[in-house]
Design a protein around this ligand. Structure first.
Ligand code: AQP
Length: 342
């Protein structure tokens, strides 16, 4: 079976964008692919963060994966820092990554510009090398990525090819290896709908954990009254009727897309149902669809998070399975790079 790896950072509350753009798609992928879903805690320290909250956020994220339907009889669920190979591989790959490649990353430019050089850790620059390690360690065939991660995946592909060229093939064989490629070059898998869920307060910015206002996002664990309130207060427009894909109506497109995804209808059905609707009529409809969709996830989350032994066991098993695959790749790369092995 072809393999897929994916993860979410435990940097705050998991929101509808993370869910519709990533986690919800995993549920169908796990039936067709060999899947590894991890909680990306090493990446969560890239920007300043609260050490007091990291481990709780990591557990919460794991429980949310399971509550959303990730099935550990099909997929491995693990915490990134529990598999040491990620950090080791990152160092090895760093030596093969031209700094110019990293300087070109849009996310680095945007985030470092905002924070200023003295406030930005080196990890913000080298983050894509850790992401490449996350993917290449597992010889992944596909990586589901939102639009914002496409450039990082492209770097992963280039890095895989570069390392294969520098150290793979005959050179590796001479050092006692099997020859051939050290890494599989992964392909992006872009979800058809929901690739980019936008903020509730600005249809031109993406919904994000780090946005200062909680009103800008629906968190997966928001109680019903909070969802009601956020939808009541979310930004709309003064056009009549509702429609998809009008560039002058980003909020309308976003809210209809959310409705489509949580109600399980097609875009055509939603376009037809809502074409003559006012915001006053649509908002309660959207709220109900959201609450109905989130309620079973929240019930299941409460069950999982209150059984810590169960969650620990899932994460331990996941880390063991992941380490088996990752250690094999790491060992090959050490060998091909000429290290003396124990
Ligand atoms: N708004 C979004 N719409 C669709 N997909 C989204 N993702 C994030 N936001 C949206 C997808 O969620 C996955 C995990 O994201 P991440 O935790 O690695 O970090 P991120 O992409 O930077 O997400 P956030 O929530 O916006 O976090 P902060 O604010 O910390 O940067 C990815 O697959 C991502 O595409």
């Amino acid at each position: 079976r072809k393999r897929i790896v994916s993860g979410v950072q435990p940097t705050g509350s998991i929101h509808l964008g993370n869910y519709l753009g990533a986690i919800k798609n995993w549920i169908s992928l796990q039936n067709t692919y060999d899947t590894l879903f991890f909680i990306v805690d090493l990446h969560a320290i890239t920007l300043s963060y609260d050490a007091q909250k990291l481990s709780k956020a990591t557990r919460d994220t794991a429980a949310i994966y399971l509550a959303c339907g990730v099935d550990t009889s099909k997929a491995s669920v693990f915490v990134q820092s529990h598999v040491r190979a990620h950090v080791e591989m990152m160092w090895l790959l760093s030596s093969a990554t031209p700094i110019g490649w990293l300087n070109r990353m849009i996310q680095f430019k945007e985030k470092s510009l905002k924070a200023g050089d003295e406030n930005v850790g080196v990890a913000l620059l080298t983050y894509p090398v850790l992401m490449a390690s996350d993917i290449l360690l597992y010889q992944s065939d596909f990586v589901p990525v939102g639009e914002d991660q496409k450039q990082h995946l492209e770097l992963t592909r280039e890095l895989a090819e570069r390392v294969n060229h520098l150290y793979g093939g005959r050179k590796w064989k001479k050092l006692g290896g099997r020859g051939g490629s050290l890494f599989k070059v992964p392909e992006p898998l872009i979800p058809p709908a929901g690739a980019r869920i936008m903020s509730l307060t600005d249809g031109l910015s993406k919904m994000s954990k780090s946005a200062p206002s909680d009103q800008s996002r629906i968190n997966l664990l928001d109680p019903k009254d909070v969802v009601v309130n956020k939808i009541k207060r979310c930004k709309t427009d003064s056009f009549s009727g509702l429609e998809f894909d009008n560039p002058e109506r980003p909020e309308c497109n976003n809210l209809l897309s959310i409705y489509q995804l949580v109600s399980g209808r097609t875009k055509e059905e939603v376009a037809h149902e809502c074409q003559d609707m006012s915001w006053g009529k649509f908002k309660p409809l959207l709220t109900d669809a959201l609450v109905d969709h989130l309620d079973p996830i929240q019930v299941r989350y409460m069950e999982i998070i209150s059984d810590s032994a169960y969650l620990d066991q899932i994460l331990a098993e996941g880390a063991t399975k992941a380490s088996d695959i990752a250690d094999a790749t790491l060992s090959n790369v050490y060998q091909a790079m000429g290290f003396l092995r124990r």
